[in-house]
Design a protein around this ligand. Structure first.
Ligand code: ZN
Ligand code: ZN
Length: 586
């Protein structure tokens, strides 16, 4: 029975565009060469339309251009989107390889998503923080892809449109939200130093003539004036009916479809997150209860189960490293993770592409924690770095809170998530089926979902020796992504108050106050993004369990992982369809 259902799903998906039914019955002509050609010209057009996006991806041909976001440019943008959606309609999906099929779906989704953002979501009207030029200019100064002379000239040319840019922004903005207005003021004023300081410093390092330098400095001054003027305009804006920062049910559901591209609806995911949260609480209680006397001695147990869990967690969290030991310890742990995976035969790890652990570079300082920096799609030979935060300049209280959060146990789970077999391993696999489209439009739920899935998979296979402490801490960590989803959905579609949000994060997810406050600020200015972790994780985990049942003793975990990652950063629902259709063919 099950098998028939699967085949059904595959047929629907591959012939969803009208007129393609024939591709299932007769062998389709090879459309791949034609589609490859289309993709190259599409990306070239994409960069012409979005020069700022191009620069941020490491494509610098259009560095000197700044698009003025007025009505005329939106008309041009919509025409670009429509023309490409029309081009996609005539592609015969049946003649495409798996790699190109998923590319096709991702291009289509991206185009429709931008169209929707302009026509329906209208973010250009209510989110003033969309208008901020400093980041793109900072990147030109910091990048080392070209000589400083060339970069400064592009910087100068690009500045020409800054006054017009902010004039157009003022015309676009209507009833903005209070939160995004404040964010725009802060970020724009914060970015002024790029023109006032960084640019001036850089000018002192080149041999341009005095007149030329004067011209450049004059333009930088005009830019600073335009940015200040915009911030002041926002401060004084007569905004009697500000839009709510809450996206609302209909827009939220649609944005979830575009950004997450899940096989589940957002309501299904929300229900799953609620159930999962309760399951985690139950499991955590069993462990915390068992560990009570080890950590709390003869102290009386509280009646409230959540309070009991919290007290045990707080005690275990005191086992943590000193900040100066972080990098060394991460360097020590990476080969241990690799050995464990080899010994348990979980997934092949290419030894020729080592991960470089480093102290986080200065321009990233303050973000803290650990993160992966991968080379962009136009920088193929570049290293992949594991950036480790230094906590230098932090006060005692703040760094202690951070160290407890990233305690002895959580730090190991973080290494699994960020590095092996999480983000870094996924990246190595996705580079083996190179697709510029997937590097640019990679699905966040698949990427984050894989990292979150890999944490559980490692523990299931015995990483951490099945210690109760390790599992308890893992559950706490997993609660974070689970509650991110509950929070995001509840705030944007169910009017969740700040008070209720803080209760969820602090009392039900055991987070520190500063962490919870930060999350509240984040959910005020972003929408849907916080759902990607739990959604992707749930889809991958459910899919694995489904396959296990279907294949019974033919199921092989290592093969599952390698096959799953071979499709690159595509949405899980497409990977699932393609994997199942291949199994059915055997
Ligand atoms: Zn401590
Ligand atoms: Zn991640």
């Amino acid at each position: 029975m099950k098998k028939i259902t699967f085949v059904g799903i595959v047929c629907v998906a591959l012939s969803s565009c009208g007129g393609k039914q024939n591709s299932e019955t007769k062998a389709a002509a090879d459309m791949n060469p034609q589609f490859e050609k289309y993709k190259s010209s599409f990306i070239e057009e994409l960069w012409k339309t979005y020069p700022g996006w191009a620069s941020s991806q490491g494509y610098h041909k259009y560095d000197s251009l700044l698009v003025v976001p007025d009505d005329a440019s939106r008309v041009k943008e919509l025409a670009f989107l429509k023309a490409n959606l029309d081009s996609l309609k005539i592609v015969d999906l049946g003649g495409l390889s798996d790699n190109n099929k998923t590319d096709y779906y991702m291009i289509e989704n991206q185009l429709k998503s931008i169209e929707w953002t302009i026509n329906e979501e209208k973010i250009y009207q209510w989110n003033p923080s969309e208008y901020n030029v400093s980041g793109a200019f900072a990147e030109i100064l910091n990048g080392n892809y070209d000589s400083l002379d060339v970069r400064l000239h592009n910087f100068y040319l690009k500045m020409a449109n800054i006054p017009a840019f902010y004039e157009a922004a003022k015309k676009n903005i209507k009833n903005p939200t209070i939160e995004h207005t404040q964010l725009a003021i802060d970020q724009n004023l914060g970015g002024i130093s790029v023109f006032e300081k960084d640019f001036v410093d850089a000018l002192s390092k080149v041999n341009f003539g005095e007149n030329e330098k004067k011209r450049m400095e004059y333009r930088a001054n005009e830019s600073v004036k335009a940015i200040r003027d915009f911030a002041n305009w926002l401060k004084k804006l007569d905004n009697k009916t500000p839009r709510s920062f809450r996206l609302g049910k209909d827009l939220y559901a649609k944005k979830f479809e575009f950004d997450i591209q899940s096989g589940y609806t957002v309501d299904q995911i929300y229900e799953k997150a609620l159930t999962h949260k309760n399951e985690l609480h139950q499991k955590m209680f069993v462990l915390a209860d068992k560990l009570w006397s080890k950590y709390m001695g003869k102290e009386l147990k509280p009646n409230d189960t959540l309070a009991l869990i919290r007290q045990v967690i707080d005690k275990i969290s005191q086992k943590h490293l000193k900040p100066e030991e972080f990098q060394k310890d991460i360097e020590r742990q990476i080969p241990i993770l690799v050995d464990f995976i080899k010994q348990k035969d979980l997934i092949y790890i290419d030894p020729s592409k080592p991960l470089v652990v480093r102290k986080e570079p200065d321009y990233m300082a303050g973000v803290a924690g650990a993160s992966i920096s991968a080379p962009g799609p136009y920088d193929k030979g570049g290293n992949t770095y594991y950036n480790v935060g230094s906590l230098s300049g932090w006060n005692k209280e703040k760094s202690e809170s951070y160290l407890r959060e990233y305690n002895y146990y959580i730090l190991q789970i973080l290494n699994i998530h960020e590095a092996i077999p999480g983000h870094y391993t996924q990246l190595v696999y996705s580079n083996q089926s190179p697709s510029l489209i997937k590097s640019l439009f990679g699905n966040s739920a698949m990427i984050e979902g894989w990292a979150v899935y890999s944490e559980r998979m490692m523990l299931e296979n015995g990483y951490g020796n099945n210690e109760d402490e390790m599992w308890l801490m893992y559950y706490k960590w997993n609660l974070r992504s689970t509650c991110n989803t509950i929070l995001d959905y509840s705030v944007h579609t169910k009017e969740m108050t700040k008070e209720a949000a803080m209760d969820l994060l602090m009392n039900q997810a055991f987070q520190q106050k500063t962490e919870a406050e930060g999350k509240w600020r984040r959910v005020n200015v972003t929408q849907v993004q916080l759902c990607c972790y739990f959604t992707g994780y749930t889809e991958i985990y459910d899919f694995r369990e489904e396959l296990k049942k279907q294949m019974s003793d033919k199921f092989n975990l290592k093969q599952f992982h390698e096959k799953f990652l071979s499709y690159g950063s595509s949405p899980v629902k497409y990977i699932k369809e393609l994997m199942i259709s291949e199994i059915d063919k055997k």
